[in-house]
Ligand binder design. Structure first.
Ligand code: CP
Ligand code: NVA
Length: 313
């Protein structure tokens, strides 16, 4: 890792990610382990969550540590109290902070004023823990990463950004189909293209879902209306109508392609009714793997394993 925090997939190298996946697989096989006795993680959330909150809480408990959850109303990040003060106070009590924020800048301020590691539990910009857990799921299902093709259909959002960075770091080709005006951010795309040049992966952006999905090993989608975009829900549903992943679109992918979604899903919108319950869907494995991957991440970041991510050494 490039620093004490994990705010972006760009904080990691391919070697870091390989290590995380391999430790997550070891820890998954063991279950409960006393790696983080007497360690405390604060969960500071500005938005709702099922998977992220529960997977972090259970991960800490199964490793011998504890969590303190702070809901949006309790902390009032930047409203009741400045983000910098919250960071400095929490640093006196806990060993790490996992924060879910609207603005990515809030996370950056938290991290810069915190003496303990800060983990991005989703911001409007990225969702790195999701992408890392997804790579674990893909590796488990396919037995390899290098040379696979992941097709993302839909909004160039936080989940897409983290996958766009994570895929080429691991040699996975990344294709994305989004409507005009909803593509991924230029800066992230440029960085991903650098990673792709180094790993031999290919990146392809299009407005046509069929072009992205054709021959893909993994078809991935996410909601059309992310948390915080509710006011634009109607407009977005209209714009994204032809980006639904349905059996017709999925049939263009490889015969053994898997279907992924970070959840929560809106069945009948970004995914056709029933498709997340088909044999191709691995969405509940994805959800489970959040916990295993985060156990490895926490154990490494908080010194519970006698190893460090390469940039920490
Ligand atoms: N995938 C994910 O982050 O889910 P939650 O919003 O429920 O945490
Ligand atoms: N893009 C979605 C992901 C939820 C896990 C959101 O930000 O709401």
């Amino acid at each position: 890792m490039k620093g004490k925090d994990l705010l972006s997939v760009a904080d990691l190298s391919g070697e870091d990610i390989r290590l995380l996946i391999s430790e997550a697989m070891n820890i998954k096989a063991e279950g409960w382990l006393s790696l983080l006795n007497r360690k405390i993680l604060a969960l500071v959330f500005e938005k709702p969550s099922l998977r992220t909150r529960v997977s972090f809480e259970i991960a800490m408990q199964q490793l011998g540590g504890h969590c303190v959850y702070l809901s949006p109303d309790e902390v009032g990040l930047g409203k009741r109290e400045s983000v910098s003060d919250v960071a400095q106070v929490l640093s006196r009590y806990v060993d790490a902070i996992a924060a879910r924020t609207f603005s990515h800048q809030t996370l950056e301020i938290l991290a810069s004023y915190s003496n303990v590691p800060v983990i991005n539990a989703l911001s409007d910009w990225e969702h790195p823990c999701q992408a890392l857990a997804d790579l674990l799921t893909i590796y488990e299902k396919k037995g390899e990463l290098q040379g696979l093709t992941l097709a993302f259909v839909g909004d160039g959002n936080n989940v897409a950004h983290s996958l766009l960075l994570a895929a080429p770091l691991m040699g996975v080709n990344f294709r994305i189909a989004s409507p005009s005006g909803y593509a991924v951010q230029e800066g992230i795309l440029r960085l991903a293209q650098e990673y792709a040049t180094n790993s031999g992966a290919e990146i392809f952006c299009t407005e046509q879902p069929q072009l992205a999905v054709s021959g893909a090993d993994i078809v991935y989608t996410d909601v059309w209306v992310s948390m915080g975009q509710e006011a634009k829900a109607q407009e977005r549903r209209h714009i994204f109508t032809s980006y639904q992943v349905n059996s017709e679109l999925l049939s263009l992918a490889k015969g053994d392609a898997i279907l992924m979604h970070p959840l929560p899903a809106h069945r009948g919108e970004e995914v056709a009714e029933g498709i997340l319950d088909s044999v191709q869907s691995v969405v509940f494995d994805q959800a489970e793997n959040r916990m295993h991957l985060q156990k490895a991440l926490l154990a490494i970041m908080l010194g519970g394993l006698d190893i460090a991510l390469p940039a920490y050494r």
